[in-house]
Design a protein around this ligand. Structure first.
Ligand SMILES: Nc1ncnc2c1ncn2[C@@H]1O[C@H](COP(=O)(O)OP(=O)(O)OP(=O)(O)O)[C@@H](O)[C@H]1O
Ligand SMILES: [Mg+2]
Ligand SMILES: [Mg+2]
Length: 319
């Protein structure tokens, strides 16, 4: 296993460096056969909530003794959970498999601290092999439900665990696909790589719009407002509505350059509730900018964003 540096950055206010450091440390100690068994468990979780040992042995084509030895190690690394019914991949084990894939591809040189922790994922600073800074986002869809689920009966917890694995991968695939469709036409992070529930994307240097004072920054609020509307319009023309747009998902730097992040829930413009989502996005932007004395009508902006024919006519008129 290639050595991956772990560095702690100033922004690591979430203590995430320790978690990722432990994961990397464990990953470094793994043998290819450990990972082979782990991937087999991942595969068999499609059919079992807890994968029985004899199923693992049959699938992985190794001696039972060897498999038991590997399982013991995987359990020590906390990459699997164990019950009397068998084994299943843990959250950490899934992270490890994705991380291993990125490392094997020679993408990551170093991993830093946690940049942010959203409702649905953990975001880390990373350094790519080519020297660029980037971020690694692990989607942990349904994690909050899963934790809450602990109050309920075991079998519900188990089912949630499996759906967590599945939906977090789907969510990552969806976000990566959308970023690929939108970048670089719309101001979104550059999609770099995706594996399982994890995405590597370009790092945006900036703060959440929520946390900045535009007057202090010296940014023209009116111009910024219309620039954001233009991005909504461009993404609409490419077929997507963000669906969770707000001052939390717009990052802005000290020069007023901004990027819209967090796209997995985006809906297609042909979605039956497209109008609802688009109006809600626009409404959130309008609401945020009220404090800068910008008063625009959501319905009119909706017309502006969606009225393709009218825009074509305007363009033609203006030559
Ligand atoms: N490309 C990026 N560059 C820099 N910081 C980022 C990037 N992507 C995410 N972040 C940081 O991580 C935080 C969480 O990311 P994001 O909003 O994509 O995740 P989420 O889990 O979907 O969060 P939410 O709870 O908002 O749904 C962001 O608010 C931001 O601070
Ligand atoms: Mg977010
Ligand atoms: Mg989100």
């Amino acid at each position: 296993m290639k050595f991956i540096l772990c560095y702690v950055t100033k922004t690591d206010s979430h203590g995430g460096a320790n978690i990722i450091k432990k994961l990397l440390e464990y990953l470094k100690q793994t043998h290819p056969d450990d990972l082979k068994v782990l991937r087999t468990i991942e595969l068999l979780m499609r059919y079992h909530e807890w994968v029985p040992v004899d199923e693992i042995v049959r699938k992985v084509k190794m001696d039972e003794k060897d498999v038991l030895y590997r399982l013991k190690r995987l359990n020590k690394f906390e990459f699997v959970n164990r019950s009397r019914y068998g084994y299943r991949l843990s959250f950490g084990g899934y992270d490890a498999l994705a991380m291993n894939a990125f490392i094997k591809k020679g993408l990551i040189k170093a991993i830093g601290g946690k940049l942010g922790v959203g409702k649905e994922g953990d975001v880390y600073n990373i350094l790519l092999e080519d020297g660029r800074e980037a971020v690694l986002k692990f989607h942990k869809h349904g994690r909050t439900c899963f934790t809450r689920g602990k109050r309920y009966r075991d079998y519900i917890v188990d089912k949630r665990h499996i759906s967590w694995l599945y939906t977090s991968r789907l969510t990552a695939e969806r976000e990566f696909e959308i970023l690929n469709e939108l970048f670089p036409i719309v101001k979104v992070p550059e999609p770099i790589e995706q594996n399982r529930h994890a995405i590597i994307m370009g790092k945006i240097c900036g703060d959440e719009l929520k946390r900045v004072d535009l007057e202090e920054l010296g940014v023209d609020a009116n111009k910024l407002f219309w620039d954001i509307i233009e991005e909504i319009k461009k993404s609409y023309e490419l077929g997507y509505i963000h669906g969770d747009l707000s001052e939390f998902n717009i990052l802005i730097d000290e020069n007023g350059n901004f990027v819209i992040i967090d796209w997995p829930q985006a809906v297609n413009t042909c979605h039956p509730d497209a109008e609802f989502y688009l109006k809600r996005d626009i409404g959130n932007v309008v609401r945020y900018f009220k404090k800068y004395k910008i008063k625009e009508d959501v319905d009119k902006l909706y017309e502006y964003v969606t009225n393709k024919n009218k825009n074509e006519e305007d363009k033609n008129e203006w030559g």
